[in-house]
Structure formats: structure tokens, C-alpha cells
Design a binder for this molecule. Structure first.
Ligand code: 15L
Length: 268
């Protein structure tokens, strides 16, 4: 890997990877639709909207691997999701294919499978159960990655990220938290592992309360360094006595499941 492109580089995960991957790969190309901090040594910076194919063709030129974080990172209007997450991801994979990019790490999300109940442990083989239009766009990204892997031979690591941050912020996040250094480790596996064709893994730390069987990530060499349990007592104490929406409580996607919910019977 000589030149690695990060899309969505101005977001929280992008800023963190800018630090942790800088110095590992000879050139980091950073792109976002909003302006980024000026390029430092061994960096290239570009301002591009992924919905603009000409701009996307420009940012993928000469790139060996991509970390695709770009797009809307939560629920939104369909029109916005369509432009940023659906069209933007299509443009990126198509342009990357034409440019001969070999590896793409996809930031998908726990919300691609958010309607699985919390009492069910799921692995990378379950069918998607999106909990939102946003979750549908992540399931779309996973399906599109599968197409470009099978038909065009690009290697994809789809990381279903739980919740990225310095520490878990509530009870639900105790089950899905991932620390910055654990996510950086997963991204490096995606870029450097010699045998990746199409893989789905969960982007979570070593959490005792996890809802995921992440054996596929372990098989690829992932050894998370962090866990949520040391934060549990403080997190649970802060939430004590709070009432929760029953749909949000029942399913892994939490409030994403409860938002706009109108079914008469809760799904299984
Ligand atoms: C996500 O996919 C979002 O990008 C992030 O903002 C959080 O909402 C996270 O999921 C979560 O489920 O906590």
C-alpha cells in the first residue's frame, strides 16, 4: 500500500485515522465534502462531494487502498441518504474499479442489522435487518461491495461499526463500543491482510456484553486491546432510573428502531 485514500476524512473516525495511519503508509490522501485542515508531510488533501463522479474519479487516481467513511452517519431524509450514501458509494466503487484500486475498507454499521433483538447473538453471516434508511444504505454498501468483489476482484473488508469513541457513552454502547486504536487495527487488517476477497466483520472492541460473534474478525487476526466493562459501573449509574422506549430497548439498533416506528406487533 503506497497511497491510501480516506473518504469522509473530516469526521470523528477520519480525524482519528489521519493520526493513526499517518506514518504507516507513505501517502495518505484525505477527502471530504467539507474543507479539511491543510495537508501535512506525506498527506494530500482534497475537497470532493462523492455524489460528483468527476470529483470521485480525481480522488481515486493513483490510489492503492481506500478507507470509505464518507456519507451521512445517521438517519436522515431519503433524498439526502440517496445522494450521499447510495450514489456516493456507487460512484466511489465504480471509479475505484476503473482506476484499478485493489482494496476497500467500508464503514458499514450496526444499523444494517439493527432489528435483531438484543437477546440474539449474531455473526457476519446473518441477513441484513436494517433499522432505518441509514441502515438500508449500509446494507446497500455491503451488497455493492459483494458485487465489485465477485465481478471485478476488488478486496473488501466491510466493518459493521458499533459506536466509535474514546469510551462507551450509555448502556447500549457498552455492547457495541469500539476504541480508536481497535478500529485502526481493523482497518490495517483490511488494507494489509493478504487474503481478503469479501469479508464482513463487526467493528467492536472486546466487550463482555457484546451481541456479536466476531469470530470472522478474529480469524483475520483481529485482537482488540480495549473493552467496555471498566466503564460499565459509571455508565449504568448515570442511567439508573431513566425510562426507555420498549422498542429501543428490545432491539440492537436502539432508538434507530424506535424512530418512526408504526407496526402493530413488534418484529421477532
Ligand atoms: C452509527 O452507525 C452512527 O454512525 C453513529 O453516529 C452512532 O449512531 C452509532 O451508529 C451507534 O449506533 O451508536
Amino acid at each position: 500500500m503506497h497511497r491510501v485514500l480516506i473518504t469522509g476524512a473530516s469526521g470523528g473516525i477520519g480525524r482519528s485515522l489521519r493520526e493513526s495511519l499517518g506514518g504507516i503508509y507513505p501517502v495518505l490522501r484525505l477527502s471530504d465534502r467539507v474543507p479539511l485542515a491543510a495537508a501535512r508531510d506525506r498527506e494530500e488533501v482534497d475537497c470532493t462531494d462523492l455524489a460528483d463522479m468527476a470529483g470521485v474519479e480525481r480522488i481515486v487516481a493513483g490510489v492503492d487502498g481506500i478507507v470509505h467513511l464518507g456519507g451521512i452517519s445517521g438517519e436522515d431524509r431519503w433524498e439526502a441518504i440517496l445522494q450521499s450514501n447510495i450514489l456516493g458509494t456507487y460512484n466511489l466503487f465504480e471509479a475505484a474499479c476503473r482506476a484499478g484500486v485493489k482494496r476497500i475498507i467500508v464503514a458499514t454499521s450496526n444499523h444494517a442489522v439493527g432489528f435483531y433483538p438484543r437477546d440474539q447473538r449474531i455473526d457476519h453471516r446473518v441477513v441484513p435487518r436494517p433499522d432505518s434508511r441509514y441502515g438500508v444504505s449500509k446494507a446497500f454498501a455491503e451488497a455493492l461491495a459483494s458485487l465489485y468483489a465477485d465481478k471485478h476482484g476488488i478486496g473488501f473488508l466491510c466493518t459493521r461499526i458499533g459506536n466509535f469513541g474514546p469510551k462507551p457513552i450509555d448502556k447500549r454502547r457498552l455492547s457495541i463500543w469500539i476504541s480508536p486504536r481497535d478500529y485502526a487495527q481493523l482497518v490495517r487488517i483490511g488494507l494489509e491482510h493478504p487474503d481478503i476477497r469479501y469479508e464482513i466483520v463487526y467493528g467492536v472492541s472486546n466487550n463482555r456484553r457484546s451481541w456479536y460473534d466476531n469470530s470472522n474478525a478474529e480469524r483475520l487476526g483481529y485482537r482488540p486491546q480495549d473493552e467496555s466493562e471498566p466503564f460499565a459501573e459509571a455508565v449504568l449509574a448515570a442511567e439508573a432510573g431513566q425510562s426507555h422506549d420498549p422498542i429501543a430497548e428490545r432491539y440492537q439498533g436502539g432508538t434507530f428502531c424506535a424512530a418512526e416506528y408504526s407496526a402493530l406487533e413488534p418484529p421477532p
